[in-house]
Every structure is written in C-alpha cells, then in structure tokens.
Design a protein around this ligand. Structure first.
Ligand code: PLP
Length: 424
C-alpha cells in the first residue's frame, strides 16, 4: 500500500479500520483538553471502560454476600481464574489446560524456574539475551546462586554484533550448540523490551531441546502483541505480565504457560500451595498435595479476584476481536508510523534511526527510535504536547502504536508535533 503523510489519508485509513470502534472502549488521559496520543501501551495499557463494571461486580458481591461470594457471587471467586483458560489459551496459542493466571511476572518466572531449572554440576548453564530486562537478570543471578553456582560461569548472554542493534538468530543457535551438554535452560524475552525485536521462538526452542535443555520465554512484550503458538512450538514454559498490551491495570497479575507434556510429571519439583491442589478435594484440607493436572497445578494461593477482574474484562475483549484481526491492524499502523517517521526525517535536520527490525515478522507493534541530534528535551516537548512516549538511555524513544486504541490520525498528528518540536 502507498501511504501519504496527510490528515485526509490517515482519516481514510481510520474509516476503513474494522477495529476503529474499540478506541471508544478505552479511557484516554487528556493534555491541553485533548486526548493524548498514547504510545506507551507496551509499558502500561490504557484502562478499558469495561474494567470498572467487572471490578464493581466484585465490590457489590463482596458487600452483599461477604464470604458467601466465594461460591455464590455472580462469578464465584473460588474458581474465578478458570474463566481465563479459554480466551487466554487462544491469545498465546495453547490448550486451555496449559495456561493459568497468578502472582506477577518475575514471581512466576522464579516459580517456573523451580520446576524447569534443575542444574547439575555437568549441566547448569542458562542462555539469555544480552541486556535482558533487569528483573530477569537479577532473577538469573539469584537462581544460579541459590543452586550454589557462580553467575559469571553459569549465565551466558547472546550478544549483538558490534554496530548492530538486534541479536542475530544464527548467533543464538550457535551459542546453544556451543554450550551444548552444559546447557540447562534457555530463557529469553520473546520480544526484546528495548529494541522490539521478535525472536524466532520456534527455531530457538527446537535448538534448545536438541541439546537436551529446557526452553522458556518471558513474554512480557509478546502476549497480546504478536502471534504465539506456544503449544505447537513445544515451549516448556512461559510467563507474561498483563498490564502492558493486555490492559489489565498497573502491576496486575501475570499469566503462565506450562506445556501439557509436563502436567503429569510427578518428578518435576514445584513450590506447592492449596490452590494447586485437586480442585474437588481442595476444601477437605488433606495433608498430601495432589496437584491439578495442568497449569493450575502450579497455583499457590487463593486468587486476588479484585485484581483479576479488569484482566478478565480485557481478555474477553481480545477473544471478541481475535489475534489475527489485531495483528492485521498492528502491521498496518506500525508500517504507517514507520512511514511517517521517514517522511518527517526528510523535513528536519536531525535524523531518526529505527533500531527495531524493519521486517514485520521480526517486530510487533513497537518501534524504538534513536534520535540522532536530539536530546531529552524533545521527549519533554512531546509529553507537553500530548504525545506520551517513553525515553530510554542513551537517546531512544519507544513508540507502540497499540492497534486496539491508536488511530492512523494519531500517527499523522504525532508526525506534525514531532516536526514542530525539532524546528522550534
Ligand atoms: C521483559 C520484562 N520482564 C520482566 C518484567 C518485570 O515484570 P514484573 O514487575 O511484573 O515482575 C518486565 C516489566 O516491565 C519486562 O518488561
């Protein structure tokens, strides 16, 4: 498609957009009396209007039923999380029994490492990406130390080549080969938080398994953003947060995937709690743990249903739309933003280097832009003028044109504001 950098053209794209109506399902902050252009749905998604209804329902049931709400609420609380299984499994390409919701992302990755990182003196190494999200780095270090190994020898980072911004697949595969029999676990961010690069999860998972390692994924920037086929890719485990692309609210619950092949493995250690115990007999208060056969068997505590409520509202919205429709718009709006950036680049003295891969199959909806010749003052200017982006050292803004609520006209308007911030 040939794009044009005009308001009329952007409005035309909006009028043809089948997801356009979902924009009104979200609450936008205002700056100078106008809705902001929101590019930080990769950090915290906007609030869906439906979320409040779901929360109110629980507040009302709590007021009217108190403890009886566990069994008699409109959506009983004792098995509230089971409503996620169907819709969430479609979002991540899993069987319903392979997904669950609980805790928060780093906590879940730690818990999953309890099961899937079982180092021995011969096989104890972990492969991750260079500059993994800091929480993941701290997690790797503390896990390795917990098992009595030294992070320096045990954590192998796949690095970018000098002068390049993204990590090459061939380098990941080569590192897996090299570490070989010493490799216990591959655990990488499926979409890199800084560059927006999407890793080839299928190929990397296969390669990890070939040398006898387990393979897991941190899907914080992937869930609700890119097409995932976790079951078919034979991924061992994965976890994601829900407050980014899935719009569930600040710090909200995480989702987990555990492949079906592990569900009945009695030798797999785990940190257990009563919510993972056989559902029919949970309230018999038995002494011996009998795990639910499925991802729910990794549950520990009874769930914070008040916080799951907005997550459920959002997951149901995803189910209504379907990932294919979402991805079709994502590709179009991300390409349009890329086009706008190139057009504005021609009109200003500074230059923008998009460090996210240009190949749509290697990116989701984030473009990370290196602003040559500009500084933090441009970011501040954008914020003051109603464009919400985020700034990363040394000089990168990350832009996520989330297809659920961003419009093509937003992209055009952003270009104009960006230009006026440079030609001051
Ligand atoms: C890639 C990645 N991993 C892990 C985390 C940590 O998430 P949480 O604070 O929910 O544990 C984040 C948070 O933004 C993230 O982006």
């Amino acid at each position: 498609m040939t794009f044009k950098n005009t308001k009329v053209f952007a409005q035309e794209l909006d009028s043809q957009d089948p997801l356009g109506k979902y924009r009104d399902e979200f609450i936008f902050p205002q700056v100078n009396g106008k809705r902001v252009i929101y590019f930080t749905g990769n950090s915290l998604g906007l609030q869906p209007k439906r979320a409040k209804t779901y929360v109110d329902e629980i507040m009302n049931d709590w007021a009217n039923l108190a403890v009886e709400g566990h069994f008699y609420a409109q959506k009983p609380w004792w098995d509230y999380q089971e409503r996620f299984a169907e819709p969430l499994s479609k979002i991540v390409g899993a069987l319903p029994s392979e997904v669950t919701v609980m805790n928060t992302l780093t906590v879940n990755l730690h818990l999953l490492m309890v099961s899937f990182y079982r180092p021995t003196p011969k096989r104890y190494k972990i492969i991750c990406e260079e500059k993994a999200f800091p929480s993941d780095q701290y997690m790797f270090q503390s896990q390795v130390q917990f098992h009595g190994y030294k992070p320096e020898g045990a954590i192998i980072e796949v690095k970018k080549r000098p002068g390049e911004h993204c990590i090459r697949l061939e380098d990941v595969l080569e590192t897996i080969e090299e570490v070989g029999e010493e490799l216990a676990l591959v655990l990488i961010g499926g979409v890199n938080y800084y560059t927006g690069q999407v890793f080839d999860m299928k190929t990397i998972t296969e390669a990890g398994h070939k040398v006898g390692a387990k393979v897991g994924w941190d899907l914080a920037h992937a869930a609700g953003n890119i097409k995932l086929e976790l079951h078919d890719w034979n991924v061992d485990f994965a976890a994601w947060c829900s407050y980014k692309y899935m719009n569930s609210g600040p710090g909200n619950a995480s989702g987990c995937f555990i492949h079906e092949k592990h569900h009945a493995d009695a030798d797999l250690p785990r940190f257990a709690g009563w919510w993972g115990h056989n559902k029919e007999r949970r309230f018999k208060m038995e002494e011996t743990f009998d795990p639910i056969q499925g991802a729910d068997g990794w549950q520990i505590s009874n769930l914070p249903v008040l916080s799951l409520a907005p997550y459920l509202a959002s997951v149901e919205m995803f189910a209504e739309i379907g990932m294919d429709a979402l991805i079709a718009k994502r590709n179009k709006i991300t390409s349009y933003l890329e086009f706008i950036l190139h057009e504005i680049d021609k009109e200003v003295s500074s230059s923008f280097e998009i460090i996210t891969p240009s190949n749509p199959s290697e990116r989701g909806c984030q473009l990370s832009v290196f602003l040559h010749g500009e500084g933090r003052s441009l970011f501040d200017y954008l914020m003051k003028n109603g464009v919400i982006t985020d700034w990363r050292e040394p000089n990168v803004i990350r832009l996520a044109p989330v297809p659920l609520y961003c419009s093509f006209e937003d992209m055009y308007n952003f270009g104009q504001i960006l230009k006026s911030g440079i030609i001051k």
